[in-house]
Write a protein that binds this ligand. Sequence first.
Ligand code: HEC
Length: 152
Amino acid sequence: MGYLVAFLPDDYLRKISQYFADLQPPYPNADQSDVAPAVLAAGQRLVMQGDPARKIPACIACHGARMTGQQPGIPGLLGLHASYVAGQMGTWRSGTRHAPAPDCMRSIAVKLTDRDITAVSTWLARQPRPADPRPAPASAERLPLSCGSQPQ
Ligand code: HEC
């Protein structure tokens, strides 16, 4: 992928991005697999409230109260498979995936235990799909951590 896009002009890349950003493909169905209620409750807590004792901010503080993301650089968390979300956390921990510094998601991923990752990814995958999938507008409110993908 890197080689493929390295030689394309920025303007063209912007057009491609806008094209895909404007598409509204239907969400896949919410996951219905059997997950222990305690695991789901822990996932909901982390997404909604974080864990202040471990300095883990609530996911919604950045990804938006409706979890559909925030313009321009924070993606939505609904409609993703649990294995995809868990996989991204793994690649952030190992350094395979990284975002522009400061990479706030890496700081978060390294604090999450395997149990936390199972909890957030399974809870997110079971949430009903939003009627309006558009991300929240950019907010002037400070993020709990600085993110290179969402300069403020
Ligand atoms: C401080 C702000 C912030 C917080 C808090 C936060 N995120 Fe993120 N998250 C981001 C940003 C910024 C990106 C985009 C990173 C990039 O450019 O690759 C992102 C990307 C992601 C992605 C990748 C989505 C995709 O389509 O590949 C996942 C999954 C994710 N976050 C899950 C979470 C979860 C789960 C939590 C809570 C435990 C959380 N995030 C908390 C800022 C945040």
